[in-house]
Design a binder for this molecule. Structure first.
Ligand code: 8YV
Length: 329
């Protein structure tokens, strides 16, 4: 009987689907995520790992799990998995692409709209009893329509963002490693520099890799318009947070909305939390009940296929491990 470890609680439906397969299923039900030491202990005899962003699935974890055939990440980003180590060992790595793109773009667009129309700071002012007399020049916001949105990373989520922006009559530019054929009304620009210079809003949708770590730092903020707003729903380390703090404080850019930070959770005394022009959400872009359920069921499909010895439907390294896969069928 194969054994599967799920490293956070899951929906009753996904737990039931795992158990219905006949596998032995261990679900980490604690309110805290397992520590690295806990994880290393818990993987000893498992065949499948249903993993989450809070797990660092590195070579040490893989070596502690000699039977491990498949790692199914709950999420599209899998930068928490040491993919080279998985490739060397023939372990299949899977993710949940596509199904969370619309929810993530919904949140990214909501963050853009919130910063533009000041729903991030004015309601708190009203609650404090500071709503003064009508003032034609008071509480001024920024338009969304006919402004320029720069999308960095035109994958599934970036294209959903472009569609939303088109509905708001925005001009949309995008920068991607490769020009795409289907551009959803967006215009390709061939450098990050150009998109930063031309955009009123810059929204990041590229994955975290060694090349994109600190991709947005002091020099990049200098290129942006002083009135520009940055939206980050990808991964915290793509933005150099110290440089962002300086840029927001000095007025180099007008605002930032972040769904992701370094670290997560961001400590309550972090300098970014002292700024009125910075809105921070607790990494929830995919967190709607419907989308999280679909992600869970996709993770179940992936892990069950892997422990049964079949290629998981959403395997990201099938070509890399074809010659040495622990999956046999
Ligand atoms: C997940 C995400 O909620 O898919 C991703 O890459 O960032 C989120 O949708 C997160 O990975 C939690 O596992």
């Amino acid at each position: 009987m194969p054994k599967i470890l799920v490293t956070r609680r899951t929906f009753p439906e996904s737990a039931a689907a795992l158990r219905a397969s006949g596998a032995e299923v261990v679900i980490w039900e604690d309110s805290d995520a397992p520590s690295q030491a806990d994880l290393i202990k818990a993987v000893a005899d498992i065949d499948g790992l249903y993993a989450h962003i809070t797990n660092q699935v590195n070579a040490e974890v893989m070596d502690a799990a000699p039977n491990l055939k498949v790692i199914a990440e709950f999420g599209v980003g899998y930068d928490n998995i040491e993919i080279a180590a998985a490739n060397e060992r023939g372990i299949a790595v899977c993710n949940t692409p596509g199904i969370l793109s619309e929810s993530t773009a919904d949140e990214a667009f909501a963050l853009l709209a919130s910063m533009a129309r000041r729903t991030h700071d004015l309601p708190a002012m009203v609650k404090r009893g500071e709503w003064g007399d009508f003032d034609p020049l008071g509480y001024l916001a920024t338009d969304i329509h006919h402004k320029t949105l720069g999308i960095v990373g035109m994958g599934n989520i970036g294209s959903e963002m472009a569609k939303r922006a088109a509905g708001f009559n925005m001009n949309v530019l995008y920068f991607n490693r490769k020009k795409r054929n289907e551009e959803f009304g967006a215009t390709y620009v061939d450098s990050l520099e150009e998109i930063l210079e031309r955009s009123d809003y810059v929204s990041l949708h590229n994955p975290l890799t060694p090349e994109t770590t600190n991709m947005m730092s002091t020099d990049q903020f200098k290129l942006m318009k002083k009135s520009a707003i940055l939206i980050n729903t990808t991964r915290g380390p793509v933005v150099d947070q110290d440089a962002l703090y300086e840029a927001l404080k000095s007025g180099e850019i007008a605002g930032a909305a972040l769904d992701v930070t370094v670290p997560e959770p961001i400590p309550a005394d972090h300098p970014l939390l002292t700024l009125d022009n910075c809105l921070i959400m607790p990494h929830v872009a995919s967190a709607t009940g419907d989308t999280r359920m679909k992600m869970a069921m996709m993770s179940v499909e992936n892990v069950l296929a892997g422990v049964a010895g079949d290629w998981p439907p959403y395997c990201v390294n099938q070509a890399e491990i074809a010659g040495n896969a622990r999956i046999k069928n």
